[in-house]
Design a protein around this ligand. Structure first.
Ligand SMILES: NC(=O)c1ccc[n+]([C@@H]2O[C@H](COP(=O)([O-])OP(=O)(O)OC[C@H]3O[C@@H](n4cnc5c(N)ncnc54)[C@H](OP(=O)(O)O)[C@@H]3O)[C@@H](O)[C@H]2O)c1
Length: 283
């Protein structure tokens, strides 16, 4: 039986992804913080909840350690969890700006720490969930954590561009299948902590939103499609990639910038203390 980990599967896209993977016969680990929501999602999907807070590197290390000791092999990792447009700048436990820390650095560390298990699988696959907003993103290498200037959507777009750079660099550096997917615009809890400005933008965007179940389809296609190749990206086929059936899409030019990907990779290794291949115990 294939083993799959889905981060942030307590609701939204991750929940529907986990549900379908379990129905397809995979053994699914719901990697999420919050015992109550985690156990509820596990009961509804047929998966198992394991605690993971991507905003805390110690929690990421505990999760990975437990997984390596329990299984030793991982067939599918879905880097899905995320936070969007946090109104005021917040920090993770390790002092990273929350969106960059959770959406990118947490998944960078998790994937790196799970590499021994991924390498032990016959056909390992990593799906990293980005957003159409990665196209608006810029990696501000001089102010990655928004210390000088914090913009809630700017920080989100930066983190989602970082997801793209990471997934494509992972494809280049490792032999495993690393694929990107985005759900279009889907009704989920992503916009739960509001500011007035954000609520207006989100209400407008939601007019064209699809269900969370439909939003999970590109992720499922990337996870399970036999035709999928490393370095590809999937999203909805409708106007502006906001809704529709899953199809192969192109990421932005900035997402394909290999020099930026290498630079981000080495900064991410420094910040997390996780080095792919040779894993350190720093932090
Ligand atoms: N919905 C959309 O329209 C849309 C569009 C483009 C991209 N996306 C992407 O889709 C992915 C899923 O988002 P969603 O729309 O399904 O939103 P959601 O319903 O808010 O789900 C996000 C999940 O991430 C988890 N999470 C947040 N912070 C975490 C942390 N520190 N550690 C572990 N888990 C954490 C949440 O867990 P808790 O229950 O503990 O908060 C929740 O399970 C995200 O990567 C998002 O960027 C969504």
């Amino acid at each position: 039986m294939d083993i799959a980990i889905v981060t942030g599967a307590t609701g939204g896209i991750g929940y529907h992804t986990a549900l379908q993977l379990a129905e397809d016969g995979k053994q699914v680990i719901i990697a999420a913080r919050g015992r109550e929501r985690g156990l509820a999602a596990a009961a509804r999907t047929g998966g198992t909840w394991w605690e993971l807070d991507l905003g805390d590197l110690a929690s990421v290390r505990r999760f990975a350690q437990r997984f390596l000791e329990s299984y030793g092999r991982l067939d599918l990792l879905i880097n899905n969890a995320g936070v969007m447009a946090v109104p005021r700048r917040e920090l993770t436990t390790d002092g990273f700006e929350r969106q960059f820390g959770v959406n990118h650095l947490g998944h960078f560390a998790l994937t790196g720490l799970l590499m021994p298990a991924l390498r032990a699988a016959a056909a390992p696959r990593v799906v990293t969930v980005t957003s159409g907003l990665h196209r608006r993103g810029r990696i501000d290498f001089d102010d990655l954590m928004g210390e000088r200037r914090y913009r809630q959507f700017g920080a989100y777009s930066q983190s989602k561009l970082a997801n793209v750079l990471f997934a494509l660099e992972l494809a280049r550096r490792t032999g495993l299948t690393s694929v990107l997917a985005h759900p279009g615009v889907a009704h989920t809890d992503l916009a739960r902590t509001g500011s007035a400005m954000r609520d207006v933008i989100i209400r407008l965007v939601r007019l064209s939103a699809q269900s969370a179940e439909a939003g999970a389809l590109p992720i499922l296609r990337a996870a399970s499609g036999p035709e999928v190749r490393t370095g590809q990206a999937y999203g909805p086929d409708g106007p502006g990639e906001r809704r529709g059936r899953p199809t192969l899409i192109q990421v932005s030019g900035r997402g394909r910038d290999e020099a930026a990907a290498r630079r981000l990779w080495s900064i991410s290794e420094e910040l997390t203390g996780v080095r792919y291949g040779t894993l350190t115990n720093a932090q």
